[in-house]
Design a protein around this ligand. Structure first.
Ligand code: ARG
Length: 458
């Protein structure tokens, strides 16, 4: 018998039970559900709906139930449809009639929304911390090989040399936007729906502000129908994680390339690679491939929930129960990828010489010759054309651009530009890839990290 079976004469068909029960996945919400219930109990007391003595009994009963969950000894009853009913059923078992008062002026509709917001708020904090740790891991890679540089690519063709730290920081900036986005989402998660009841509030004299304050919510709902049916906060969280997943996927793809024999720019530590069951020589970058592969489910979870929500009439509908599995899956997936990628980067050895050799490819100096001509007052388009001819000549003669320039009386004065690392040194404009602007960027990056960390402490 379920807690709501009063009006029913037949028990639920087992196929419907299997379809509708959510305890099997929502039991992970127990801590936040109990938190919400305790705040609700305090709210009932302050409304004069619970005596001081009953309040104390209910609070300690809820503590005891939490302990049972913590210790893994909570026993689900056959009638426990979801985590909310399981806890209420147990509270009534333990505290009798007093337990049966806990659901006064509350519905599972405002209860589940409250629980899920509390859960999501904590999850976003933890995820933001994991993302910040990955940013630190990227910083450590650069710090291990100061001055390392590599070719920067556009269209996956070598374009210009860039400092390794500049390259890694490009990822760091996108990850910091992810952190910022999560913290922005957190602000919209931080609204209490408790007190909205099933849809329209209650005739009992509760004040939703009391439980909201108790739970540390920043705000209380303004509209009970919106409060019980709004899942924007789940969608936003799934979006944040989908976009994070896209960023992690791009980083993964890059590690796959860098660790291939063709690039050979880097090697992952043995602890972060796998062997082949057949080919003894193989050392595979599975961690990077999974960072890439897992992004699919992160995007899928977002689109799945959007489709679930589309077309739902106000207000609560059971379809909303479908918000949980994608949310739990995305949170778990993001944590797994973040932690293993951070470890993978920390294990990375960057092959400074191989990367520098590729970056010192003499054709990458073409733009420097053109810009040198510009500083001699040649219009850029003409300079581009002149250097284009030099490149064509090099290709035609099957020699390097450097050889063409050194053997040309007209351009030989630019020979110095081909010195090792010279092109990198010349990337001087603010935000550029050379050592000169690097310090300013580093300051800005550290300032952003501190700012976001401080926001996370709030
Ligand atoms: N397990 C349900 C959910 O996740 C709880 C709310 C059920 N409410 C109801 N009126 N059936 O949404």
């Amino acid at each position: 018998m379920t807690l709501w079976s009063g009006r029913f004469s037949e028990s639920m068909d087992s196929t419907l039970w299997d379809l509708s029960e959510s305890y099997s996945f929502d039991h992970v919400l127990y801590h936040h559900d109990i938190m919400g219930s305790k705040a609700h109990v305090r709210g009932l007391q302050s409304a004069g709906l619970l005596s001081e003595a009953d309040t104390q009994i209910l609070l300690s009963t809820l503590d005891q139930i939490e302990l049972e969950f913590d210790r893994g000894i909570f026993v689900r009853a056959g009638s426990d449809e979801d985590i909310h009913m399981a806890i209420e059923r147990r509270a009534t078992e333990l505290a009798g009639d007093i337990g049966a008062r806990i659901h006064t002026a509350r519905s599972r509709n405002d209860q589940v929304a409250t629980t899920l917001r509390l859960f999501t708020r904590d999850a976003l904090d933890q995820l933001a911390r994991s993302v910040l740790d990955l940013v630190l891991a990227l910083g450590e890679v650069g710090a291990k090989t100061p001055g390392a540089y590599l070719p920067g690519y556009t269209h996956l063709q070598r374009a210009q040399p860039v400092l390794l730290t500049h390259h890694l920081n490009a990822h760091a900036w996108s990850l910091l936007r992810d952190v910022e986005r999560m913290l922005d989402t957190r602000e919209r998660v931080d609204v209490s729906p408790l007190g909205a009841g099933a849809i329209a509030g209650t005739s009992l004299p509760i004040d939703p502000e009391v439980s909201a304050r108790e739970l540390g919510f920043h705000e209380t709902f303004a509209n009970s129908m919106d409060a019980v049916s709004d899942r924007d906060f789940v969608v936003e969280t799934l979006f944040d994680l989908a976009l994070l997943g896209v960023h992690l996927s791009r980083m993964g793809e890059e590690l796959v390339l860098w660790t291939s024999a063709e690039f050979n720019f880097a090697q992952l530590g043995d602890a972060f690679t796998t062997g082949s069951s057949m080919l003894p020589q193989k050392k595979n970058s599975d961690v990077a491939e999974l960072a890439r592969g897992k992004s699919g489910r992160l995007v899928g979870n977002l689109t799945g929930l959007l489709v679930t929500l589309k077309g739902l009439p106000l207000s609560y509908n059971r379809d909303l129960q479908e918000d949980k599995e994608p949310l739990f899956d995305s949170i778990r997936t993001a944590h797994l990828v973040l932690a293993s990628l951070a470890g993978a980067y920390r294990s990375l050895s960057f092959r400074t010489e191989v990367a520098a050799r590729a970056a010192d490819d003499s054709t990458l100096v073409a733009i420097d010759i053109a810009e040198q001509l510009v500083s001699e007052n040649v219009p850029f388009r003409q300079a581009h054309e002149m250097v284009g001819h030099l490149v064509a000549e090099a290709i035609e003669r099957g020699v390097s651009l450097r050889e063409v320039v050194e053997s040309s009386p007209e351009f030989e004065r630019f020979s110095d530009l081909f010195a090792e690392g010279a092109a990198l040194q010349r990337r001087v404009s603010p935000g550029g890839a050379g050592p000169l602007p690097a310090r300013r960027q580093e300051e800005r990056l550290q300032a952003r990290i501190s700012q976001l960390s401080a926001r996370l402490q709030d």
